[in-house]
Design a protein around this ligand. Sequence first.
Ligand code: VGL
Ligand code: ZN
Length: 204
Amino acid sequence: MKGTPSERDVLIVTDPQRDFCPGGALAVPDGDAVMPAINRLARRFAHVVLTPDWHPAGHMSFASAHPGGKPFDTIEVGYGPQTLWPDHCVQNTPGAAFHPALDVPHAELVIRKGYHPGIDSYSAFRENDRKTPTGLAGYQRERSFARVTLCGLATDFCVFFSAIDAREAGFETTVVLEASRAIDLDGSLGRALAAMREAGVELL
Ligand code: VGL
Ligand code: ZN
């Protein structure tokens, strides 16, 4: 995002939820440290969207839903490889709530993802089958938001897949690393940063 955010800019804050922070079910190291940075960043934007992870109990991305499945294993599903996670961000549970330090009262849209029982969704634009849209790209086009700035949790999953899809949908895309933190599973952060640069995502 070059210069001051304008009416064409939207800030997308991914997964600023308790379960992704220390003490939560799928804690990202230092995850809670992003909240003050997100709050500061959000104050500069007229338009902000929050995209929480929002899974039904027994979701297919949960290791507990697969006999013998262990968190952080990878399995093959209909749409390809899928990492298994601890149960997290279950709809209407305390872990799925926004982190109490998140302070973005002017957010205009909350778009939930991961609610289909049989499909995971890292990206805020498209689910992990790479086909099912969330509706966010259409919302942005209708609102004339041509430039997207992304931050939140986790840099190497939700933020990463959202950034790639934002580029593919034709939006100018920036990721603010200072307001994001990574899970970094087997080098996933390094791969994500390289792929984002390759796709023309600006990394700040
Ligand atoms: C995410 C793991 C599981 C993410 C969501 O959005 O980064 N990561 N569910
Ligand atoms: Zn999830």
